[in-house]
Design a protein around this ligand. Structure first.
Ligand SMILES: Nc1ncnc2c1ncn2[C@@H]1O[C@H](COP(=O)(O)OP(=O)(O)OP(=O)(O)O)[C@@H](O)[C@H]1O
Ligand SMILES: [Mg+2]
Length: 357
C-alpha cells in the first residue's frame, strides 16, 4: 500500500540518522514523529513532533504507533518485543526479524552462513576456559567482541598473542556472551548499501570503500579500489539472498572485508548506514530517500552516481570545529548534526566532496 504525501512516519530513535531520514521524508511531503528516550537530539530540529519515551515502555510505544501511519527505526538497539507489539497498530519496516539478527553477532554470523556467505572463523565464549579453547581452535590474531550492543569498535579487545587473553578477558569477561573472531587479513574494507521496496525490487548503490580509524568509520569513497569492485558481484548475490530471505523493506547495509579469496561478511545493519551518507549528494537518490520511499510504499529512485568520484569523511569530535574551513570549499558539502557537545570519538557531522566533474 502506498501512503499518500501528508501521511506521518514514526521513527524510533532521534540521532543523526533520524535527522537525515526526516529531511528526506519532508522533501517528499511526509511528516516525521520521532520517539526517543532523550529529551532532545539531532532529529529534534527537523521533525514534526518529538515524543520522549523509553525504548522498553510498551504502552508509550503503542500510543506512539497509533499516532502515525507507519513505523521505522534508526536505532538498532531497541528491544524487539515491544516493537512486535506496536506492529499490531501500525506497519513496521524493516522487518523486526532483521533487527533481531543484526543485534546479535552470533545469530548474524549463522544467518550469513545460512545464506551462503563467508564469515571470519569464530567461536562463542562465555567463560575464561571457553576463551582458551577458542584461541586454541581459531588461533591468533583474533578479536574478542561482545555479541550485543557494540558500535564504533566499542566492546572489543584484540588478542595478538595468546598471552593477551588475560587482559582481553579482564576488559570484557563480565559483558555477557562474547564471540572470538579470527582477524581477517584484508587489503580493503567495503560495504553494500541495499534498498528493497514493498514489491521486492532490489537496488544497490556503488559499493563504497571504507577506512576505519580506532574502530570508527573515517572515510567512505566511490569508486572503490579495483580489488573491491571485483568482489562486488559475489557480495551483491549474498545481499540479495539476505534481503529476499527477510522479505526486507527499506535500506540496509552489509560491511565486508575484501579478503584474499573473496568477500568476507563482517556485519549487517538493518538501517541506513554511515557508509552511505555520501549518497545524499553523490547519488541521484540518497539512501535516506530510498528508505523513506520503500517504507511509504513508493517505487525506488535511481542509485546512479552524480559525480565520477565521491568521498565522505566523518567529522569526529573536534574535527567539526573547522566548519568554516569546510563550508568555504565550494565543492564540499558540510553536514552538521546539531550536537551541542563534542566528545572525543563522537560523530558530529560529515563532509562529502564530489570530484571528477
Ligand atoms: N574479524 C575481524 N578481522 C579484521 N578486522 C576486524 C574484524 N572485526 C572487526 N575488525 C575491524 O574493526 C572494525 C570495527 O569492527 P565491527 O564492525 O565489528 O565493530 P562495530 O563496533 O560493530 O562497528 P560499527 O557498528 O560502528 O560498524 C571493522 O570495520 C574492522 O576494521
Ligand atoms: Mg562495523
Amino acid at each position: 500500500m502506498t501512503l499518500p504525501p501528508g501521511s506521518t512516519l514514526g521513527i524510533i530513535g532521534g540521532g543523526q540518522l533520524g535527522r537525515m531520514m526526516s529531511m528526506a521524508a519532508a522533501q517528499l511531503g511526509y511528516r516525521c514523529f520521532i520517539y526517543a528516550p532523550e529529551a532532545t537530539g539531532p532529529a529534534a530540529d527537523v521533525c514534526a513532533k518529538w515524543v520522549q519515551g523509553d525504548y522498553a515502555d510498551e504502552k508509550a510505544l503503542a500510543a506512539f504507533a497509533t499516532s502515525v501511519d507507519v513505523v521505522t527505526f534508526e536505532f538498532e538497539n531497541v528491544d524487539p518485543a515491544p516493537l512486535r507489539r506496536i506492529a499490531e497498530n501500525a506497519p513496521v519496516y524493516p522487518p523486526i526479524e532483521a533487527l533481531e539478527i543484526g543485534q546479535d553477532r552470533i545469530r548474524e554470523k549463522r544467518f550469513a552462513a545460512d545464506c551462503n556467505g563467508r564469515t571470519a572463523d569464530w567461536a562463542e565464549v562465555t567463560s575464561r576456559a571457553d576463551l582458551e579453547a577458542a584461541i586454541a581452535k581459531i588461533g591468533v590474531p583474533a578479536i574478542l567482541k561482545t555479541t550485543r550492543f557494540g558500535y564504533d569498535g566499542k566492546g572489543q579487545a584484540r588478542i595478538m598473542k595468546p598471552e593477551e587473553a588475560d587482559a582481553a578477558w579482564a576488559s570484557l569477561g563480565d559483558a555477557g556472551t562474547l564471540i572470538l573472531e579470527k582477524m581477517v587479513r584484508f587489503a580493503h574494507e567495503f560495504s553494500l548499501l541495499v534498498a528493497r521496496d514493498q514489491q521486492g525490487n532490489i537496488t544497490f548503490w556503488d559499493a563504497p570503500e571504507n577506512v576505519h580509524k580506532e574502530g570508527i568509520l573515517a572515510t567512505s569513497r566511490v569508486p572503490a579500489d579495483a580489488k573491491v569492485i571485483e568482489q562486488v558481484p559475489a557480495a551483491r548475490a549474498l545481499a540479495r539472498r539476505i534481503a529476499d530471505r527477510l522479505d526486507y523493506v527499506g535500506v540496509f547495509a552489509i560491511e565486508f572485508f575484501a579478503g584474499e579469496d573473496g568477500p568476507v561478511f563482517n556485519e549487517m545493519a538493518p538501517r541506513v548506514h554511515n557508509s552511505g551518507h555520501w549518497t545524499i549528494e553523490g547519488a541521484l537518490t540518497s539512501q535516506f530517500e530510498n528508505h523513506i520511499r520503500a517504507v511509504v510504499g513508493l517505487p525506488l529512485g535511481s542509485t546512479r552516481l552524480s559525480a565520477p568520484e565521491v568521498e565522505m569523511r566523518n567529522l569526529i569530535g573536534a574535527d567539526a570545529d573547522k566548519w568554516l574551513e569546510w563550508a568555504s570549499d565550494p565543492l564540499t558539502h558540510l553536514h552538521l548534526y546539531g550536537k551541542h557537545e563534542a566528545r572525543p570519538g563522537r560523530k558530529m557531522g560529515h563532509i562529502t566532496r564530489l570530484s571528477g566533474l
